[in-house]
Design a binder for this molecule. Structure first.
Ligand code: HEM
Length: 225
């Protein structure tokens, strides 16, 4: 492969990985906003969760879409990381490592840890396999009691610690990923550059604070059955 087409194929991979990553970041924001309904009580959260489940076509399309986007993001990110390791001058010809943030230098590590957290989270809250005591019952209205699941999970210091660690990793990954994706998509324009640089840390802070507020509010007894 010529040096030019090698570089072009790297660039298209970066563009697709960035688009997929931004889609995943959108899901994480949406998921956090949905879960914040725990503060409105069990009816609100359980009704919201049932509303999504009552549209199986939409739910499964979204789930399969999310899975495909996540798989594309992970595969392309791994390919890019391996390529960069073998041919660093092409991907990072103008990058000055002295100025690179910790987040940018540890993307592969934070991404891998995030994947581990997501698998744990699905086995824990969705499949109920990690903690068989997670209640999978319906509430008085006949809705799946997602509220009861969260309260049960975050009263346990062990799960609080795991979820807080997950938020730390998520925050580190998002803070670099969102800015870097916007720049990869060619949106790096002098006038917008500062906004895009700030977008990553801002999205990360929003998601992490939102999620931590749920975990800690339950743990500290501010949300009760
Ligand atoms: C405090 C933080 C979080 C809380 C309270 C939370 C809560 C939940 C709950 C209650 C469910 C549904 C369980 C069920 O179906 O019974 C769920 C599913 C899910 N969560 Fe989270 N989550 C959190 C963070 C995250 C993060 C950071 C990610 C991704 C990076 C994530 C990804 C998912 C995915 C992919 C599903 C499956 C969605 C589906 O099958 O429809 N969650 N979460």
């Amino acid at each position: 492969m010529s040096r030019e087409s090698y570089s072009r194929s790297s660039m298209s991979r970066k563009v697709v990985a960035s688009l997929a990553g931004l889609g995943l970041a959108g899901f994480v924001v949406f998921h956090m906003l949905g879960n914040l309904q725990v503060f409105e009580g069990s009816d609100a959260l359980n009704r919201y969760a049932s509303f999504l489940r009552d549209m199986p076509f939409f739910l499964w399309t979204a789930r399969l879409g999310l899975l495909a986007v996540a798989a594309a993001h992970v595969v392309l990110a791994i390919q890019l990381a391996l390529k960069n390791r073998h041919a660093r001058p092409i991907a990072y010809a103008v990058r000055d490592y002295r100025n690179a943030s910790v987040a940018s230098r540890t993307m592969a590590l934070s991404g891998s840890l995030l994947l581990v957290f997501i698998v744990f989270h699905l086995l824990h809250l969705t499949a109920g396999l990690v903690d068989p005591a997670v209640p999978s019952r319906v509430d008085a209205q006949g809705h799946l009691d997602v509220y009861g699941k969260l309260l049960h999970a975050f009263q346990n210091p062990l799960y609080v610690a795991v979820y807080c660690a997950g938020q730390l990793v998520l925050g580190i990954h998002l803070s670099h990923a969102v800015s870097s994706s916007l720049q990869t998509l060619g949106l790096e324009h002098a006038a917008w550059n500062r906004v895009f640089k700030a977008a990553g840390p801002a999205v990360a802070l929003l998601v992490v604070c939102g999620n931590l507020s749920i975990i800690l509010a339950v743990f500290l007894g501010m949300i009760r059955p």
